[in-house]
Design a protein around this ligand. Structure first.
Ligand code: KG4
Ligand code: ZN
Length: 341
């Protein structure tokens, strides 16, 4: 059988990434982060698209070099069509379209959220989920519980009604004066803190839906009140505040996950998205798995946050099914998961 070489491009938010896959194995996965957003406490869309423009050529170049693959050996170009920031998506989409046209090879559109889920099928020599499984995708833009029946057939069972869980981390961090993205810093401080030091309210949402905007407000009021009494409150209590907020978030996520397992009777659980890099979430999922007999799947760290390798694995499976995209394609900032053909 001949090998398939996919060049994948991801530019949906603030990371410019390119990867080369040989079948389902990753040969290279280059990610350029954009530091320009740090001082603004969040992603500035206009700055993001400009940075993508600067990064895309060198990032693709490096991905090909690291993979020791020449453009002429490529079988197809896969790219993130959506969902994401329009200006950012347009950079990757236009680049992928022109490269596929120039090389005269197929173009393959990929849904970013589907890619976070299918990242589990990258060949790492470890066990992969069996269909059907439940995927909890937790990132800066999304919070979803998805029933996955095949590579291309997925159903969203529940999602956030307001903020994404990554925003809960990032906005809490901002309140605490930490730079963007705050998730990894909260994770770091939480390791040294007491998760029961402070308690925050948990939202009452129906079914399998989530809500995180109330938590952010609760943290803000709590910190304002405490700082009034003690101006050094944040400095003196950073680990305990972080541990307590993280504990609340984990509780919210895990109680919905338990509910989803009960409803569907599916005990194969995979997590994906940037927030699944969180060490507290990883540990809790593993111990719940042991307690309830779930098979749990946690992606390698570099396949949790935005990366092109996950776009490449979807590209590979679409290539096998000849699910190609026409040159007429345009970026799609909103794109619901469903039947992803
Ligand atoms: O998937 P991702 O890279 O981009 C989106 O598609 O949104 O996710 C980024 C999000 C940010 O909110 C970031 O703070 C969060 O993932 N994140 C974390 C951790 N690492 C990244 N949140 C909590 N703990 C972490 N260790
Ligand atoms: Zn993402």
């Amino acid at each position: 059988m001949t090998n398939t070489y996919i060049l994948a491009i991801e530019s949906s938010c603030d990371d410019t990434s390119a990867a080369v896959l040989k079948n389902d194995c990753v040969l290279s996965n280059v990610v350029a982060n954009q530091d320009v957003h740090r001082k603004y406490g969040g992603v500035v869309p206009e700055l993001a698209s400009r940075a993508h423009l600067q990064n895309i050529v060198p990032v693709v170049d490096r991905a090909l070099k690291e993979a020791r693959i020449s453009q002429n050996e490529l079988s197809a170009i896969a790219f993130t069509r959506g969902p994401g920031l329009m200006g950012s998506l347009l950079v990757g989409t236009s680049f992928a379209k022109s490269l596929s046209m120039g090389l005269n090879i197929p173009l393959i559109e990929v849904n970013h959220m589907q890619a976070h889920i299918l990242a589990h099928f990258i060949d790492e020599g470890t066990k992969r989920p069996e269909f059907p499984f439940l995927a909890m995708t937790i990132s800066g833009g999304h919070t979803q519980i998805v029933r996955v029946d095949s590579f291309f057939s997925m159903e969203v069972l529940g999602e956030t009604l307001d903020d994404a869980v990554g925003e809960a981390f990032d906005k809490t961090a901002k309140i605490l004066g930490l730079p963007y993205p705050g998730g990894p810093l909260i994770d770091k401080y939480a390791k040294e803190g007491n998760p029961k030091a402070f308690s925050f309210p948990k939202p009452q949402t129906n079914e399998l839906n989530f809500s995180f905007s109330g938590l952010k407000t609760a943290v803000l009021y709590f910190v304002q009140k405490q700082t009034k009494e003690n101006p050094n409150f944040i400095k003196e209590n950073m680990p305990d505040i972080c541990a307590s907020v993280q504990h609340t978030i984990i509780d919210i996520l895990m109680s919905k996950l338990k509910k989803a397992v009960k409803q569907t009777n599916i005990k194969q659980i995979a997590i994906g998205g940037g927030v699944s890099a969180n060490s507290g979430i990883r540990e809790t999922l593993q111990s719940l798995g042991e307690k309830y007999g779930w098979e749990t799947y946690i992606p390698k760290f570099e396949y949790c946050t935005d990366n092109a390798a996950m776009i490449g694995i979807v590209g590979y499976h679409k290539y096998r099914e000849k699910l190609f995209t026409s040159q007429e394609v345009t970026a799609k900032s909103r794109w619901e998961l469903g039947n992803e053909h």
